[in-house]
Design a protein around this ligand. Structure first.
Ligand code: CA
Length: 226
């Protein structure tokens, strides 16, 4: 396993690199954005550990550059910042995990191992069914390129349908996935939400995607009927 560590604080990078090598990983170390990019571009790494505050250009910029070229390599971001907004931003840019400094080495190692166990990530966050696009990361929905605004429950229902194109999902299955175990309402809540979804996702468009199978449940057509 070959790892790339991009970290400008020499004390941290020495310590982390030494400890990772003791675990028999091969570790390349870069000290700034451009050097990290040079290595990431040249070699095929099994994992990249990336500090956010770097000279040259930032870890976030480096993360974006790497992701434009390589969707699959797992990336663990190290940072002194623990603002939620920053984390969200970096997850959206393609980070797989996050560790806030100062961290215990044992935790870093655990996360590195967990990411390596998962292996290369199939990263497309977008579910596509016909001309419908559901982005699981940003939770944005588009149909024929047009943005559709949904409530959180409408979104969750559509995401579940879109993750199972062509399948008919029963009301019980839908409730189990979209609501939770504490939900004790009537199963016709599903019908109500499907109606809301249809109004937004199907009604404005000539081709209808949401299918009702009487007595069974609902599904999304992956091959829309004309
Ligand atoms: Ca730094």
């Amino acid at each position: 396993m070959r790892l790339l560590l991009v970290e400008d604080e020499k004390k941290v990078s020495d310590l982390v690199a030494r400890a990772l090598r003791a675990e028999r990983y091969a570790v390349d170390v870069a000290e700034d954005g451009p050097q990290g990019w040079g290595l990431a571009e040249s070699y095929s790494y099994d994992l990249i550990i990336l500090d956010l505050m770097l000279p040259g250009f930032s870890g976030t910029e480096l993360l974006k550059r790497i992701r434009r070229k390589n969707q699959e390599v797992p990336i663990l971001v190290l940072t002194a910042r623990d603002a939620t907004e920053e984390k969200v931003h970096n997850f959206e840019a393609g980070a797989d995990d996050y560790l806030t400094k100062p961290f215990a080495f044992a935790e870093l190692l655990m996360r590195v191992k967990a990411l390596l166990r998962r292996g290369p990530v199939a990263r497309s966050s977008v579910l596509r069914v016909a001309d419908l696009e559901v982005d699981r990361l940003t939770q944005q929905v588009r149909r024929a390129g047009r943005r559709i605004d949904l409530t959180p429950k409408e979104y969750a229902l559509l995401e579940y349908l879109a993750a199972n194109p062509g399948r008919v999902l029963s009301r019980t299955m839908i409730i189990e996935h979209v609501w939770d175990q504490s939900f004790e309402g009537l199963t016709n809540i599903v019908d109500v939400y499907v109606r809301h979804l249809r109004a937004k996702v199907d009604d404005p468009f000539p081709v209808k995607l949401i299918r009702t199978v009487r007595g069974v449940g609902y599904g999304l057509n992956d091959e829309p009927a004309p």
